[in-house]
Design a protein around this ligand. Structure first.
Ligand code: NAP
Length: 285
């Protein structure tokens, strides 16, 4: 069978273009510009690259930049103070605290200070609760990107059997809830699941977010299934995913590559969330 490769790079570009148009329309309508505050603490090189990419892509979508950089020796109180100032600033639509924080600082209490309508990472308890209850709010970016990829590929979710490998707060759990909200029948597989292979083989849609390089291969996947690989690992030959891509070519019906699959979607969804945050803001017209 021919495997359709889902091109995340192209789909993410389409999302960014659509957000850019919608930001323009928002500015014309309200006279205010959506703004994104990225908060980076310390000098972790990978975090610096992620934040730079987020700021650059936000700027090219017409989103105002409110970057804050705190020294590596910043205290939890320093971080909380910065978040409180950004929370009170009506020019700031969305606040993103780049994780991980330097060792010894617990991120969860700082995250909880972000108002739900500025929580563009969808990580506060309120955002998690809104998603669980199926109420409008800001949803985490990588899981939203998974759903956008499935939609863009024209894959029907209603009534289909979806299996999610992984139950993390960041990816597995929210993506399972989003699939269920779209009327898929969802099973979550995790490290303690018995007979995981038999469960994965039932899936019409298999989302793999285990964080284990090359975990899933041909024997784990039903012929014709749609396979979304969320994993990213830096191997000796470049980036690889949780799925053995080559084994699934000619076997899966749809497949995302790594790189160029879920990866580019995360920032595109962040831009979409920032615009949504501007629309949710109590002060916006
Ligand atoms: P995580 O917090 O480490 O969670 C991994 C989950 O997978 C856990 O629930 C774990 O089960 C489960 N798991 C581990 N080994 C398993 C196995 N052998 N069989 C079945 N389940 C297994 O990871 P994460 O934050 O969700 O990230 C997952 C992957 O996605 C990572 O490679 C990460 O780099 C990538 N990622 C990519 C993006 C992107 O932008 N593309 C964004 C975020 C994450 P237990 O709960 O039982 O421990």
């Amino acid at each position: 069978m021919d495997t359709i490769i889902i091109d995340g790079t192209a789909i993410a570009r389409g999302v960014r273009e659509s957000v850019t148009r919608d930001v323009d329309a928002f500015v014309s309508r309200t006279g205010t510009r959506p703004g994104l505050a990225t908060v980076l603490v310390g000098d972790d090189p990978a975090s610096q690259v992620y934040v730079r990419n987020k700021r650059r892509q936000a700027a090219s979508a017409g989103i105002a930049d409110f970057h804050r950089h705190l020294d590596a020796d910043a205290t939890a109180a320093d971080i909380d103070g910065e978040i409180d100032r950004l929370a009170a600033d009506t020019a700031v639509s969305g606040i993103l605290l780049q994780l991980p924080l330097p060792e010894g600082i617990d991120s969860s209490s700082s995250i909880e200070r972000i108002p739900w309508f500025k929580d563009v990472d969808g990580l506060t308890t309120t955002s998690v609760g809104l998603l669980a209850r199926g109420r409008p709010g800001l949803q985490p970016c990588t899981p939203s990107g998974v759903i956008t990829l499935l939609d863009a590929a024209g894959i029907d979710l209603a009534g289909r059997e979806a299996v999610v490998v992984g139950r993390s707060e960041l990816v597995g759990r929210p993506v399972a809830q989003m699939l269920q909200a779209r009327n898929a029948t969802v099973t979550v597989v995790h490290s303690r699941t018995r007979n995981a292979q038999a469960i994965m083989r039932r899936a019409d849609i298999l989302v793999v977010a285990a964080g284990v390089p090359h975990l899933v291969g041909r024997d784990d996947v039903a012929e014709g299934a749609a396979v979304i690989d969320v994993g990213i690992h830096r191997g000796t030959a470049g980036l690889i995913g949780d799925v053995r891509f080559d084994e699934l070519l000619g076997h899966a019906g749809y497949l995302t590559p790594v790189p160029g699959g879920v990866g580019p979607m995360t920032i595109a969804e962040l831009l979409r969330n920032t615009l949504k945050a501007a629309e949710l803001a109590p002060t916006s017209g």
